[in-house]
Design a protein around this ligand. Structure first.
Ligand code: GLC
Length: 535
């Protein structure tokens, strides 16, 4: 268990497990997952075979965006526990050889952060306001926002405040929710404070960070208007003045200089940038160790698209000789079972894609519940909590459907997740065959399939280490060869296909037998919507 042996830092071939703390496991019966719940789940995660955890934000927050609105970055929110609970988790994880990384949110704070309160009180032109982006409005009486930027969650990216004397006042910038004011990274106090936060957690034993909106932070000084595109979701942002401004790289160099004092620490950035050279710039030796690459998340279940996504991701990191990362889902996107068609079809494809992802060199991120084959959940309007729902004026349902709590055991909600059935999002009544308990007892379950695949990836080091030496998509069949002698075949076509001769290490679905009269030396045929590893 734990970090793999071999050349390179511990994270260079690690499997990270993303814990959405609200939804992993509830230890105190309030219907919301928490840190002691994560600690209680560590044996399960050790048996699953993960090397590290990425915890979504657990710091103090009014939870307008479920923790991505941070009011105190150096303390734990009581909803999730306490600093002592975090210490317990770090110690218990380390005992099992599992590393802990935390989410760091440097682009914005919560509007409940003391800095923002003092900025409102201090008035225009003050040093306190200079920690954020306050501007006078345009037009008569400053009635209109300073520019046309829109929030990622919908609506304008500016909100007008009332000045301390009661008059309509300045506007402040928030690329996300109004309760997430953007910090002004030109102000040196902002980095000084982030450095304190980095050292605070690293000194407590945390092994690194996932950096939220790592392509944000820096803004062009004149805040030029943006071009408004139809799709304003976190999509192609390469020519968007709100993101990926040159100044961001100095910030990453400063973060890295701190991390270098802790030689084992790792930083992985959320970088929604699609131009390969622009993406790779974040991975220069003095910036981020790793960058999330979202091409597989965006690819359809189509052999050509998947090949292109892999090729592109490898080409991007090759520009800086950096380590690739792979992920099929996270707390911001629809779960892959549903993306690939839902039901048994979606599940078969999700399992097949997991084998593709795990055959690739570099770092893999598995999102909690992915190992159980959880689908997205269609939630009724009245339980939706993601700010996207309200901000989009009830046109986009937001991300709650991929954040439903994990089912652990039993036949009815809350399925062992909590002691109360009143969980923060309701759990579908028909999840009894998707619980950890149920899946552990079924050798063919998605959970046991993941456990086998992760064990193989770990034990057959060559599988994980081998660079991609061949990649092709023909007739709907994707074939990946790695330097370690592994061939991964994905059948995204319309009929079963023959596998290459060799030993079949694992398949995502049962192979179809050849008719005995054929006396084929080859393994059975790979059905559609399935994948296999052959050595
Ligand atoms: C990132 C997070 C997302 C959050 C946003 C604002 O995209 O992954 O969940 O809403 O940043 O912090």
């Amino acid at each position: 268990m734990g970090a793999m042996t071999g050349p390179g830092p511990w994270w260079s071939r690690a499997v990270f497990y993303q814990v959405y703390p609200r939804s992993f496991r509830d230890s105190n019966g309030d219907g919301v997952g928490d840190l002691d719940g994560v600690t209680a789940g560590l044996d399960y995660l050790a048996d699953l075979g993960v090397d590290a955890l990425w915890l979504n934000p657990v710091t103090v927050s009014p939870m307008a965006d479920h923790g991505y609105d941070v009011a105190d970055p150096r303390d734990i929110d009581p909803l999730f526990g306490s600093l002592e609970a975090m210490d317990r988790l770090i110690a218990a994880a380390h005992e099992r050889g599992i590393r802990i990384t935390m989410d760091l949110v440097p682009n914005h704070t919560s509007s409940a952060h003391p800095w923002f309160g003092t900025a409102l009180a201090a008035g225009p032109g003050s040093q306190q306001r200079a920690r954020y982006h306050f501007r006078d409005g345009t037009g008569p009486d400053g009635l209109h926002p300073p520019n046309n930027w829109i929030s990622i969650f919908g609506g304008p990216a500016w909100t007008r405040i009332v000045e301390p004397d009661g008059t309509p006042g300045q506007w402040y910038l928030h690329l996300f929710d109004p309760e997430q004011p953007d910090l002004n990274w030109e102000n040196p106090e902002v980095f000084e404070d982030l450095e304190k936060t980095l050292r605070f957690w690293l000194d407590r034993g945390v092994d690194g960070f996932r950096i939220d909106v790592a392509h944000g932070m820096s803004k062009p000084p004149d805040l030029p208007d943006m071009q408004i595109a139809e799709n304003r979701l976190l999509a192609d942002m390469d020519s968007d003045p709100r993101f990926n401004h040159e100044g961001v790289h100095e910030i990453h160099r400063n973060i890295r200089a701190v991390l270098d004092d802790y030689p084992d620490a790792v930083a992985v950035g959320e970088v929604w940038v699609y131009d390969n050279a622009a993406f790779a710039a974040y991975l220069r030796p003095d910036e981020l160790h790793l960058g999330f690459n979202f091409r597989l998340v965006r690819a359809e279940f189509d052999a050509d698209e998947i090949r292109d996504a892999i090729e592109n991701s490898l080409a991007a990191v090759a520009l800086q000789n950096a380590t690739p990362t792979w992920t099929l889902s996270n707390h911001d996107v629809e779960r892959e079972v549903t993306r690939y068609g839902g039901g048994p079809l979606g599940l078969a494809r999700a399992r097949a894609m997991a084998l593709v992802m795990l055959a690739l060199p570099g770092v893999v991120f598995v999102y909690n519940g992915e190992e159980l084959g959880l689908p997205n959940v269609d939630l009724p309007d009245e339980v939706l909590q993601d700010p996207v729902w309200e901000r989009s004026l009830y046109t986009e349902r937001g991300r709650d459907g991929c954040r439903v709590p994990m089912p652990w055991s039993g036949d009815a909600p809350p399925f062992g997740f909590s002691t109360t059935a009143d969980t923060w999002l309701p759990m579908p009544a028909d999840w009894s065959s998707l619980t950890v308990e149920h899946e552990l007892a079924d050798p063919d379950s998605t959970l046991n399939f993941f456990r086998r695949a992760l064990a193989l990836r770990r034990e057959r080091t060559a599988v994980a280490v081998g660079p991609v030496t061949g990649l092709s998509a023909e007739g709907g069949v994707l074939t990946v060869h790695t330097g370690g002698g592994l061939t991964c075949v994905l059948n995204a076509g319309e009929r079963p296909v023959d596998l290459p001769a060799g030993e079949v290490l694992i398949t995502s679905a049962a192979l179809q037998e050849h008719s005995p009269s054929l006396r084929s030396p080859r393994p059975g045929r790979l059905p559609v919507d399935a994948a296999a590893w052959v050595v």
